[in-house]
Design a protein around this ligand. Sequence first.
Ligand SMILES: Nc1ncnc2c1ncn2[C@@H]1O[C@H](COP(=O)(O)OP(=O)(O)OP(=O)(O)O)[C@@H](O)[C@H]1O
Length: 303
Amino acid sequence: MEVGRVVLEIEGLRKRYGGTVALDGCTFAVAPKRLVGLLGPNGAGKTTLMRCLLGLVVPDGGEIRWSGEPLDGDRGRRFGYMPEERGLYPSMRVAEQVRYFAMLSGLSSAAAARATTDVLQRIGAADLAERRLEELSHGNQQRIQLAVALVHDPEILVLDEPFAGLDPLGVDQFGALLLDLAADGTTVLFSSHQLDLVQHLCQDIVTIHRGRVVLAGELEELQRATAYRRVTVVFAAPASTGWADDLDGITVERADDRHAQLRLDAGSDPDDVLQAARTAGSVLRFDYEPPSLEELFREAVGR
Ligand SMILES: Nc1ncnc2c1ncn2[C@@H]1O[C@H](COP(=O)(O)OP(=O)(O)OP(=O)(O)O)[C@@H](O)[C@H]1O
């Protein structure tokens, strides 16, 4: 990451719960105005990390810096947090609830009312203002959680599995909201197990495994820097098999008479593969791609 393009730095963060090591020297940096996916298997340390960022858990060691300075007491103003477990009041009306949290973050009553109207408008939930939270769908409850996290206009938004439990439409809508926020200048860091979604949305990723960062950076750059490539071939009609078996630098991962999935080592020419495929049958589709985020993730965590 370029020097000067960093807003949040986490260095050597450690946290232990009794005999369990949750963070084991976790180090990475976040550039401003980016959408960053925080990945890791169950128990990797993601929630602990987010809670350390928010000051809800005190780390045993390491440092968190904001614009080069150690993070001090004004986290509340800088950070917006959407925890995985709901912390809202089910029977309270939406606007009243958002206003209440705005005042908790230090806004005056009048400023909180204005900020509430603005944030509900911004996330497309103005029509929900007078509804009780418990009456809303899961997706709309997530929106209100987001409104609460955003109402004091934080510089960075930290969300713990915000997409969990949303249907595909809800995922699209919530993803679009996060993209808009990042485009408007808010840095967004969110954890997720949905790797295809992270690949689709995020510019940057951080992968934690056993409390340490095992893969981090700009996703396209990480993909580009991986030596091997993936080729998928689809034939228009059943083709003869075995056509790729003797090609140099190629591993056949899956193949039948209609499809083949191959891994090409660095330096292997996709043209050679296409030519070989054409000897076997009529090629309907030929994809030459870097590894997916899911493949990078599996390699990074050794699965
Ligand atoms: N309050 C706690 N007391 C004891 N152990 C804890 C506590 N919080 C977390 N841990 C342990 O620390 C480790 C990291 O947990 P954490 O919740 O940070 O992981 P995670 O990456 O968020 O996992 P998941 O994807 O399952 O939500 C786990 O082994 C967990 O059991």
